[in-house]
Design a protein around this ligand. Structure first.
Ligand SMILES: Cc1cc2nc3c(=O)[nH]c(=O)nc-3n(C[C@H](O)[C@H](O)[C@H](O)COP(=O)(O)OP(=O)(O)OC[C@H]3O[C@@H](n4cnc5c(N)ncnc54)[C@H](O)[C@@H]3O)c2cc1C
Length: 404
């Protein structure tokens, strides 16, 4: 892999050391391709959790990651949606139970720091995967290869670049791919907390006129909270003293988990939607938030990123021995990801719009949709199935199989 101290040659270079980049590096390396992972500078502390859907857990299992973090994850056996809008047309409470689909759980919720540690630990043991802790500074793309220049002076030549370098992706810019972007009038406060009552493996999403307020189980009597409100309200909540914040969370959660003891660490995220106009071009495929950013509603963001990573691995496995960065491979990846990303983005956007809307028909539409889901078993089961395993995206890893 190493040519001389200043330059390296490989088949695939993955740029970005977030969860999507680590998944992509492991997934691509699982095809046998010689892979270099350029991780960038260490990311800031992240107190978020990820609700990993069942397909994502299948992928982590095949890649040998899940055994080392399974104990730090809590199963999500039921999901409740409660209309807390106090509007004229309120939706009935809807409950989805995994056992209705014959599943143990819809997915598992894990703190990102535990997931990252397990991914990193596994990546260190894979022979055909080298890690470079440096920033990508520039990317040159030509007909036969891509050349990545690192901040430290090294260059890496590869047939394919997997851009997992986040929202401000320099690899995406080098490939000439634009993004469509829309800011939401909302922000999210994230924190983890202990509570007096057991969560019973049930995740509860209160729909409020400012956005969802979602409690997701963690192991023991702990849960993670994502509270979506206006940016001003998020800032106010973030600045509250410990006891005042605990009281505010207990009030907003209608005391369903009893006495609340929040952790001290609090996260703040402005929300919006970003979608790349293409998911691959000129030897660069986009993965994770370099390709799509969606608000934290319905736990979709990183699950989409994991499906991106699994799809890249399938494209690489199918194209090995040929040019894995060819225009044909780029078109194939773009086609394989479009329906999944577009449908998830639209669903999350629509749900959020109907929450924020003061227009009665929009509220009625959401209420009717949730009413039908609560009453019509086959519709509810189809909705749940689509939520955990979208028909538009079934890469091998998501099905619990090696890439191919
Ligand atoms: C409040 C909140 C809650 C969420 N909850 C969920 C959930 O429950 N389930 C779910 O599926 N998703 C969830 N998400 C979405 C999920 O967190 C994101 O999809 C995920 O973190 C994105 O990972 P990423 O690796 O694509 O991006 P990032 O984590 O941003 O990683 C990008 C990486 O690239 C590196 N980088 C940048 N530039 C360079 C460079 N030039 N060279 C080298 N490296 C570079 C950065 O240092 C960083 O490490 C949530 C999001 C929010 C905001």
């Amino acid at each position: 892999m190493q040519d001389d101290p200043g330059s390296m040659t490989c088949e695939v270079v993955v740029v970005g050391g977030g969860p999507a980049g680590l998944m992509a590096a492991l997934a691509v390396a699982a095809t046998g391709a010689v892979t270099v992972h350029v991780t960038g500078r260490a990311p800031p502390a992240d107190n978020r959790t990820t609700a990993l859907l069942a397909g994502s857990v299948n992928a982590l299992t095949v890649l040998g990651v899940w055994p080392s973090c399974r104990d730090q994850a809590a199963p999500l056996k039921s999901l409740r949606i409660i209309d807390d809008t106090e509007r004229l047309w309120r939706a009935p409470e809807v409950r989805f139970d995994a056992d209705e689909l014959g599943l143990e759980a819809f997915g598992w919720n894990i703190e990102n720091r535990h997931l990252m540690a397990a991914l990193t630990h596994r990546a260190e043991t894979v022979e055909n995967l080298a890690r470079v802790d440096d920033d990508a500074a520039a990317l040159a793309l030509d007909a036969d290869e891509a050349t990545l220049s690192l901040a430290g002076g090294c260059t890496i030549t590869a047939r394919l670049v997997v851009a997992a370098d986040g929202r401000r992706s320099i690899c995406r810019a080098a490939a000439g791919i634009e993004i469509e972007q829309r800011d939401y009038p909302q922000a999210a406060l994230t924190l983890n907390l202990a509570h007096g009552r057991a969560h019973g493996d049930v995740s509860t999403e209160f729909h409020t006129p400012q956005g969802p307020f979602t409690l997701v189980p963690l192991p023991g009597q702990r849960s993670s909270l994502v509270c979506v409100v206006s940016p001003e309200e998020t800032a106010r909540l973030k600045s509250l003293g410990h006891a005042a914040l605990a009281a505010e969370i207990e009030r907003r959660s209608h005391s369903i988990l009893g006495k609340i003891t929040p952790d001290h660490e609090r996260g703040f995220f402005r929300l919006g939607i970003e979608t790349a106009t293409r998911f691959a071009a000129r030897r660069v495929v986009l993965v994770g938030e370099a390709a799509h950013v969606i608000p934290p509603i319905g736990a979709q963001g990183l699950n989409l990123g994991i499906r991106d990573a699994a799809t890249v691995a399938d494209v690489v496995a199918a194209g090995r021995g040929e040019d894995i960065g060819s225009d044909t491979a780029m078109a194939q990846y773009d086609r394989l990801r479009r329906a999944d990303v577009t449908s998830r983005t639209m669903a999350v956007d629509l749900l959020n719009l109907t929450l924020l809307s003061d227009i009665l028909p929009a509220q009625g539409l959401r209420g009717l949709g949730l009413y039908l889901l609560s009453q019509v078993g086959p519709l509810r089961r189809a909705f749940m199935q689509e939520g955990i395993a979208p028909a538009a995206a079934r890469p091998h890893l998501l099905r619990g199989e090696a890439p191919g």
